[in-house]
Design a binder for this molecule. Sequence first.
Ligand code: GLC
Length: 475
Amino acid sequence: MKPLIRSISLSLMLASLCAHAAQTKPPASPHPVPAIQDTETPAQRDARMGWWRQARFGMFIHWGLYAVPAGNWHGKPIDGIGEWIMYNAKIPVAEYKKLAPQFDPVKFDAHAWVALAKAAGMKYIIITAKHHDGFAMFDSKANPFNIVDATPFKRDPLKELAAEAQKQGIKFGFYYSQDQDWTAPGGAAMVVDALHNGHWDKAQDGDFAEYLHTKAIPQLKELLSNYQPAAPSVIWFDTPTPEMTPQLASEIVTLLNQHPNLIWNNRLGGGYQGDTETPEQNVPAQGYPDRDWETCMTINDTWGYKSNDTNFKSSQELIRTLVDVASKGGNLLLNVGPDAHGVIPAAEAERLQTIGKWLDVNGESIYGTGPTPFPGEHGTFSRTEKTVGENKPKWIPAWDWRATARPGKIYIHLLTWPGKSFHLANATANIRKAYLLADPRHTPLKYTQKGHVLDVQLPARALDANDTVIVLETT
Ligand code: GLC
């Protein structure tokens, strides 16, 4: 074929290919690489998020080298959350790395940890694969600063946990600090305030893109590929920094797109919103009506283990937080911080067991439910206090009652016992039966409904001081 004719034929072919592509390309994405959230249909999204929305309750695990100092450095307690000790004490990289040979968590027991999550009624586990300190809690060929190569422990606890989670039938995912990495040259260090404003050791200097290409992205590939079919159902990113440009973030999204069932959060950076909002240490007043969302919360005040943090929330407060979150359509990701021996603190384990006992009886009013059908807020905004980590007035919840719902049923969670009856002025649904969920016989309760005004007669005392649930069956 003569060159001229060939080039005309080729350009005609290219033109027709472009025209065809123009008709089938996905809707315009605001990103350099469209993420699954940009391209999937609402039905595809509902299918992908299905198990997560049913789950309502998960276990967060912050476990790493920071459990060795446990909040103390050179004999002095260091303020702040335990997993930030390297940053808060400005520990030089070489000094921090000396912790690795001391880390030998021989009491670690994957079976026991997963069994505890199940006993608590948790339906998924998210564990720190690599936190901001850059230490990988898994067997990584991408970087030697990891639990197999750098410690006497030499085992991969994430592999053992993933296998146990699959065996015991709960979902499993990884937290990964994709931006901050305080021991890898080029890894970011967040500017928090005048005192905590980025790198503190020359060993941290380097190129961020280089760090992403040689450590973060290769390790994400390992986490996404090496634990199949046991994990991960979720990747939980954290603390995006300005270094994560849309272009760099899109390189991670290209990898995530290869795992179309994966759920990931709103903390990747680069303008990607991900699947879930992630309020931290607080329950937003009205939740996020048009987004999936998950409050993550500690049982004491630290994510990573600190020997001197014994400020544990009561089981009642934790149960009511779960109810509050579910009543607004969200999930609760409740954290445990195991110590350097591989043991979850007893005070945390005890609380999880108590929550699990409440869910054994009342789980129907949480798992797979939707938000309250009754508008109106239970609480007020503080005039003086701000929300932890956000410059917004703090929401002060009232612990009177909450509601969750599913087709045909409304669950009224009585947190403060109202006395002889429960009164509701805007009960628009037609109630055909009322009973207490904790009453094994579901004995019908007497009630009157005049228009939208409902009064349900109650026994003198609550069946469960944490939360007694009335079931209203509707037609
Ligand atoms: C904050 C902290 C981080 C912790 C995370 C949990 O981002 O920086 O240490 O892992 O909260 O949500």
